[in-house]
Design a protein around this ligand. Structure first.
Ligand code: KG4
Ligand code: ZN
Length: 339
C-alpha cells in the first residue's frame, strides 16, 4: 500500500511516498526560506503563491524518486490543519484534484499529529501508547498518544514556541534564518556556564512550557534593558556571542526536557517520542538521552523527518486509512485547529 503525503501548511512545499505506513520511499522538500529571508518571518501571501508554483513539481519528484508511478498510489494524504490558510488551501486543492482524477481515497491529516508519529519510520517497533513532545517553529506541546484515534494534548507553551525562540535569538545574534541550526552551530563553539539565563519552571497547574521570558532575558543581556545599547557585538560584552548562544541553547533545551520526562512518567509509558524542527537539535538529543530514566526509550526521527515533510503526512494518512477514516472531496482546511 503506497500513500502520497503532501504538506503545504507553512513555508515548505513537501511531498513524500510511504509504503505500508512506515517505509519512506521518498521525501522531497522545496524550502521557501530564501523568499522570506528579507522579511525575517514567513509572509503568507508569498508562501501560498510559491506553493502554487511548486506543488506540481514536488509531487512529480516525490513519485519519481520513490520509483513508482501515480497509478501505483493507493491514497493521497494532505495536511488540512493547522497552518496558514492560503498555504493549506493550495495543497488541499491539489490533493483533491489528484484524488478525483485518479479515483484515490483522500486522507485529511492534522500536521501536529503527523509530527508526533514521524519517528515511527526509524523505530518500526514503536507502538501506542507513548508520549510525544512536538517542538517546532509554530508549536511546542506534549501529547498523550494513547491510540491512533486518541492523540490528546496534555499541554502547550504559554506563549512562544521553542523554535520561534531559537529564530528570534538568531536575529538578536545577527544569524540567518531558520535560526535553530544557526544558533546551535554557534553554541557548539561556546563555553558552558559562561552566562546563565533564567529557566521557566512550571508549577503543577501551569502550562508546561514558556519561551517569552527566555527570549527577553537574552535580549536584555545583549542590549541592556530597553534596548539602549547597540547590537550583539558590544565591545564590553564580557563573554562571546558563542557563549551566549550556548547558554541560551542549554536553557531552552532543559526547559523542554523536564516537563517531557514528567509527562512520560505520569502517563506510565515506555516511549517518549520527539518531533518537529527542534527535534533535530543535538543538545536536546543528548540531554534527553542522558536524563531519561531506565525503562524509558527516547525516540527521535532522522533529521529529514523532524522538520516539515510529506513523508510524515503519508505515515499518519496510512494510519487513518487503515482505520477507514477517509475524507470527503469537499473537506475544508482548518487553519486554527487545536486537536
Ligand atoms: O517543524 P518545522 O520545520 O516547522 C514548523 O512547523 O514550525 O520547525 C522549524 C523550526 C524553526 O523554528 C527552526 O529554527 C527550528 O525548527 N529548528 C531548530 C533546529 N533545526 C530546526 N531548533 C533548534 N535546533 C535545531 N537544530
Ligand atoms: Zn511542523
Amino acid at each position: 500500500m503506497l500513500v502520497l503525503g503532501l504538506d503545504t501548511s507553512c513555508d515548505d512545499t513537501a511531498a513524500g511516498v510511504v509504503r505500508d505506513g512506515r517505509e519512506v520511499l521518498s521525501n522531497v522538500i522545496w524550502s521557501q526560506h530564501e523568499l522570506h529571508a528579507a522579511f525575517q518571518g514567513v509572509v503568507p501571501e508569498i508562501a501560498s503563491r510559491a506553493h502554487a508554483e511548486r506543488v506540481g513539481v514536488i509531487v512529480r519528484r516525490a513519485v519519481a524518486e520513490a520509483g513508482v508511478g501515480l497509478d501505483d498510489l493507493g491514497a493521497v494524504a494532505v495536511t488540512t490543519r493547522p497552518g496558514l490558510v492560503g498555504s493549506l488551501l493550495v495543497g488541499v486543492a491539489f490533493a483533491k484534484a489528484l484524488a478525483l482524477a485518479r479515483g484515490l481515497p483522500l486522507l485529511a491529516v492534522h500536521h501536529i499529529e503527523a509530527h508526533a508519529i514521524a519517528a515511527r519510520a526509524d523505530h518500526p517497533d514503536l507502538e501506542y501508547p507513548f508520549v510525544a513532545l512536538v517542538a517546532s517553529g509554530g508549536h511546542t506541546a506534549l501529547y498523550a498518544c494513547r491510540g491512533p484515534r486518541e492523540i490528546v494534548r496534555l499541554g502547550q507553551t504559554h506563549d512562544d514556541a521553542a523554535g520561534e525562540c531559537f529564530d528570534k535569538v538568531a536575529v538578536m545574534l545577527g544569524l540567518p534564518q531558520p535560526g535553530g541550526p544557526a544558533v546551535s552551530r554557534l553554541a557548539a563553539e561556546g563555553r558552558d556556564g559562561a552566562v546563565t539565563f533564567p529557566r521557566y519552571r512550571p508549577g503543577p497547574d501551569d502550562p508546561p512550557f514558556s519561551y517569552s521570558g527566555l527570549k527577553t532575558a537574552v535580549l536584555y543581556y545583549l542590549k541592556g534593558v530597553g534596548g539602549r545599547r547597540d547590537g550583539p557585538n558590544r565591545a564590553d560584552l564580557p563573554v562571546s556571542t558563542a557563549d551566549v548562544a550556548a547558554a541560551f541553547e542549554r536553557t531552552a533545551v532543559d526547559a523542554l526536557v523536564g516537563p517531557s520526562l514528567e509527562a512520560a512518567a505520569r502517563e506510565g509509558v515506555r516511549d517518549l517520542v520527539v518531533g518537529g524542527g527542534v527535534a533535530a537539535n543535538r543538545v536536546l538529543r543528548r540531554v534527553l538521552a542522558e536524563r531519561a530514566p531506565a525503562g524509558l526509550r527516547v525516540r527521535f526521527p532522522r533529521p529529514a523527518l523532524c522538520a516539515d515533510n510529506g513523508a510524515m503526512i503519508a505515515m499518519r494518512g496510512a494510519e487513518l486509512f487503515a482505520l477507514g477514516v477517509t475524507a470527503p472531496l469537499d473537506v475544508d482546511v482548518d487553519p486554527y485547529a487545536v486537536d
